[in-house]
Design a protein around this ligand. Structure first.
Ligand code: TGC
Ligand code: FAD
Length: 411
């Protein structure tokens, strides 16, 4: 094995020369200085505050609420919404980089920010009255008000058009809402819930879907933590029940109308997920590369074996492709040219790639790969939720299928 003694230092030296193996194609050069600065500040937060605690939070099955104030201070909540509402007013590439870095920490941490920004602040911004925007957005950017988004129901997941939840208008213009929502991120943490319900005045099979801002302290509103999750354990996932929940006339989001409104919110969140999934994959690749360079078996670092190099080469290739796709969509979004179908293509691809990368990283780590001390298996399990929520992989396949054939296969 004399040859191995020379071989090992050579390989270690190559690792040391590669300052950033993740950026083999120099994607950084496509970012502006400001975009890189945003990315670096969130990366530092994740390294300092998230990574040291997230493995334990995951095992304990709790969302680490102690991170909320820091996220708000960094300006990551609703970061691509305008400054006049107390938000950071960043472009969509910087926003995507924030999602990437948060999910490098944990999908649950990115989920918290996605829901708050893309699924609660965005509908208030897009469909709310001036009064709702002024009251809610600055307070949500500071995390003084936490929100959740209730679309999915026990019997209507992929097909939200069938929802049962109803809002009945009263003679004085107030509303009474009845129904149940399931799988709601931030559901037990939230102060307000955006509840999507059918009213009786619309044109969707005689009903219109409208959004309501419901304070979670309203009598008849209850949230229950979902027990038994083996994925996204560091996230609050809850079921909601609304029994004769009475809200005032100004609870309705006046510019919401039809299924298109919640689907527009999903497009915002799915865009962030296309970036976020790459963050999870980047963490897993870096962990696998570092482990492979240090773990010696049969007298050499395992990263020196061709089988492990094939794993690492596949991972880094797919990550580069996925990041370029996310960046391209970010530039399209900033130019006002992004379509929901493009977002579906990217969510579908990047989450699927991240699932594969996380699984391969876990395998490269051998026995250690099943421990919470390392990130690969936590990311691998989390990404199964990400694969399912915000439109399952199958649903995005059908959306892309419809985009290229002109034929809808949902019904
Ligand atoms: P369809 O007839 O196709 O569409 C109705 C209207 O909406 C328009 N539209 C969209 N607009 C914006 N963005 C999108 N993504 C849009 N998709 C459709 C469409 O053009 C139409 O407009 P108009 O003007 O003609 O009225 O509706 P459909 O009932 O056939 O549904 C299609 C389908 C299956 C694609 C849709 O229902 C769907 O996307 N289902 C998946 C459900 C889903 O993604 N749920 C997510 C719940 S929230 C969540 O998971 C949060 S996880 C958060 C976290 O923790 O990060
Ligand atoms: P179903 O719709 O029952 O799907 C089951 C299977 O059937 C899937 O494989 C699906 O792809 C497949 N399928 C469905 N329709 C078709 C078809 N036409 N053709 C082929 N296959 C099909 N929702 C919210 O509203 N707010 C939230 O904050 C939220 N957070 C979530 C957090 C977590 C951790 C999870 C797991 C889910 C969350 N969701 C949330 C719900 C999520 O969006 C739904 O789980 C998702 O849309 C799928 O719905 P479903 O679980 O009812 O599955």
């Amino acid at each position: 094995m004399g040859g191995d003694e020379e071989f090992i230092p050579t390989r270690v030296a190559i690792f040391q020369d590669m300052t950033n193996p993740l950026d083999l194609c120099d994607i950084d050069s496509l970012l502006s200085e400001d975009e890189r600065a945003v990315r670096d500040s969130v990366r530092a937060f994740v390294n300092d505050k998230v990574l040291p605690i997230i493995g334990d939070a995951y095992v304990e099955g709790r969302f680490p609420k102690e991170l909320i104030a820091g996220m708000a201070e960094l300006g990551v909540l609703g970061a691509n919404l305008p400054e006049e509402y107390g938000c950071a007013g960043l472009n969509n590439v910087a926003y995507g980089l924030i999602m990437q870095e948060l999910e490098r920490g944990d999908s649950g941490v990115r989920s918290f920010a996605s829901v708050q920004g893309a699924l609660v602040m965005y509908p208030v911004y897009a469909f709310g009255s001036d009064e709702q925007k002024a009251r809610l957005l600055p307070s949500m950017a500071k995390a003084e008000t936490i929100g959740c988004f209730g679309l999915t129901e026990p019997d209507y997941g992929s097909n939200p058009a069938g929802m049962i939840t109803r809002a009945r208008e009263q003679a004085d213009g107030s509303w009474i809402i009845n129904g149940a929502k399931m799988w709601i991120t931030n559901g037990s943490t939230a102060h307000v819930a955006i509840i999507w319900a059918k009213t009786e005045d619309g044109d969707d099979d005689g009903h219109s879907i409208r959004g309501f801002v419901v304070p979670t302290s309203t009598p008849g509103f209850a949230a229950k933590n979902q027990k038994g999750k083996l994925s996204l354990r560091a996230s609050d996932t809850s079921s909601l029940s609304l029994q004769d929940v009475h809200v005032p006339a100004d609870a309705i989001l006046p510019k919401s109308g039809g299924l298109k409104s919640p689907l527009m919110c999903l497009t915002q969140a799915r865009y962030g997920i296309a970036w976020g999934a790459m963050g999870a994959a980047m963490y897993c690749f870096e962990e696998a590369l570092s482990y492979g360079g240090n773990r010696v078996m049969f007298g050499r670092p395992i990263a020196g074996f061709q089988l492990q190099q094939a794993r690492l080469a596949e991972m880094v290739t797919e990550i580069v492709k996925g990041r370029l796709l996310a960046l391209h969509l970010g530039r399209l979004k900033d130019a006002g040219k992004l379509t929901p179908q493009q977002v579906s293509l990217a969510k579908r691809n990047n989450v699927s790639v991240a699932c594969d990368v996380a699984r391969e990283a876990r395998r490269l780590l051998g026995g250690n790969g099943i421990l919470a001390e390392y990130g690969a298996m936590r990311h691998m399990a989390n990404l199964e939720s990400v694969y399912t929520y915000e439109g399952t992989h199958d649903i995005h396949t059908l959306i892309v299928g419809q985009a290229v054939t002109g034929l809808a296969a949902f019904e």
